[in-house]
Design a protein around this ligand. Structure first.
Ligand code: ADP
Ligand code: MG
Length: 253
């Protein structure tokens, strides 16, 4: 196993007016190459904050984050942006596609933004389009695609760069159950076939059941971690997650 991301003792405080909110309070977490983790916890427990720090979208108030061998939590903005562009992909609840571009133009966007030639990525593009089942939709614009297809475009856009990390924020939040399952299967494949680690925030135990590991937050702290055995059936994994959520809820009363 190769640890690609190490987070040590992360604290994040937000100061609004005279109030300070401690969104994270001493979180440590390692991420292995190609590992799929889900972050769960009640609203306000710090899930989005943790995800943003891990992806370099924001900086911790205290603590360290290293990506590979590089400490990234104190870098100046321009350096942080460059590291993020090269190493982090995003799949959000609202697919965040550019409406005037075709599916394949949307997918190639991070390549072009990074100043690389799209031509060099043609083969990879074809392979990814095939893998996410969009080969015959490649010339369509977002408004000509279903929600599930749009989310597959967003996922393909995160796959094309071969980023070490993909952040997924409620990726199935706007999809029906069946379409959501397809997206989860593809995310799982991204982790295991393409070796891109995934950090997914979700409320949905079904979505979380596709992960290798679930990290549970409460009040800005990791209160439980569960490694999901992939050889048990999905129904059992969902049950296991539900029982942990229930236990944590009871404990917080
Ligand atoms: P979650 O994603 O689990 O709902 P968040 O990470 O969004 O939790 O928020 C954790 C805590 O930090 C909450 O109390 C929230 O109100 C607060 N918070 C998050 N972002 C900000 C911000 N930009 N400014 C002030 N407070 C914030
Ligand atoms: Mg959130």
């Amino acid at each position: 196993m190769e640890t690609i991301l190490k987070a040590r003792d992360l604290t994040k405080e937000y100061i609004t007016g005279r109030h300070t909110v401690k969104a994270l309070n001493g979180v440590s977490l390692n991420l292995e190459r190609g590992e799929f983790i889900a972050i769960m916890g009640p609203s306000g427990s710090g899930k989005s904050t943790l995800q943003h720090l891990l992806g370099g979208l924001d900086r911790p108030t205290a603590g360290q984050i290293s990506l590979g061998n590089q400490e990234i939590s104190r870098l100046p903005d321009t350096a942080a942006t460059l590291i993020r562009r090269r190493n982090v992909g995003f799949v959000f609840q609202f697919f965040n596609l550019i409406p005037t571009l075709t599916a394949e133009e949307n997918i190639l966007l991070p390549i072009l933004i990074d100043g690389k030639k799209a031509k060099a990525y043609q083969e990879r593009l074809d392979r990814i389009l095939q893998r996410v089942g969009l080969t015959d939709r490649r010339q369509h614009r977002p408004d000509q695609l279903s929600g599930g297809e749009q989310q597959r475009v967003a996922l393909a856009r995160a796959l094309i760069t071969e980023s070490a990390i993909i952040l997924a924020d409620e990726p199935t939040g706007n999809l029906d159950t069946k379409t959501g399952s397809t997206i989860m299967e593809l995310l799982q494949a991204a982790a295991h076939e393409f070796q891109q680690a995934i950090v997914m925030v979700t409320h949905d135990p079904r979505a979380a059941s596709y992960a290798d590991r679930v990290v549970f937050l409460r009040d800005g702290q990791v209160v439980e971690e569960s490694i999901l055995a992939q050889d048990t059936g999905q129904a059992q994994r969902v049950k296991d997650i539900l029982s942990i959520l229930e236990k944590l809820e009871v404990a917080s009363c």
